[in-house]
Design a protein. Sequence first.
Length: 334
Amino acid sequence: MTRPPTSRDLARLAGVSQATVSRVLTNNPKVNAATRERVLQVLKDANYTPNALARAMKTGRTDTIGVFMTRVTSPFHAELLDEIGRVLSSVGQHMILWNIEHDPEETVVDVLHQRLVDGFVLTSATYDSKLHTMALASGTPTVLLHRGIDGLDCDQVVGDNWQGAYDAGRYLIEAGHTDIGLVMLEHTGNTSRDRDLGFRAALAEGGVKLKPSNVISVGVPHADGHAAARKLLSRKKPPTAIYTVTDLLAFGVLDGARAVGARVPDDVWVIGYDNTEMAAWESFDLTSVDQPVHAIVEQGIDLLRQRISDPTRPTQTITLPCPLAIRGSTANRH
């Protein structure tokens, strides 16, 4: 079997020094374009793959990012994870995923301190979670995506959940709805809080009173949305519109409405939040507030790479608009 080429072999073939080959492998900007191209062509022709461990020992970098996520099977989190993987791959980074729902805290602590990765992406931060605190304390560059923490000295990229929810509320009021249901989440965090408060603010501003009996606090699953819809729509005078703080709950509401014989949108309008790919499926045709996943991930990964290159730069919080995507669950199509 022919032995793998060494850096000395590659340098000889490219007509450069071993140091130049090393600089190309580590993306050193001091190598001119023509030389870099020649070395890269030799690497390609030789089918050369540098040893990742050796490279990490030389550069202090693993070219790997650790992603912490919960509920990876939910429609929104699956799309978010796919986008994170795509963006990292496009910039030459690898990804290691930890599902923090199933990993015990001691495992997470070990991960944080083993320096297995160059940076962390956190997608499910909550006020009562220790994860973001431990990640920052480990000294590893960290960015929060999708769900942020007020006042935390950490790079964060989030959607404008308050404004998105407010716009959903205004849309229902301007359509003439006065008896409105709200299906909200029990857990804490900026995301669910702002999707609740923004909606309530729009109703209050429009002079619409949100009845306490029309507010249902639930868990995450589709089944919880299904149960909430059955409870709200089985009443003698059910609400004419229901807003939910996630698409997954809204899918449950749509199925629950069908279960009790309520027609959408003739009897009840339904609005979700996240605008997942499934929201546009004909079986759901769900009006939903759009969570700009692509922009959140791209800008978040960019901030993380800047943090890895310059750990001392000031932290940034970027908030992106969340427009309403109107579909058949609230608007009859002709």
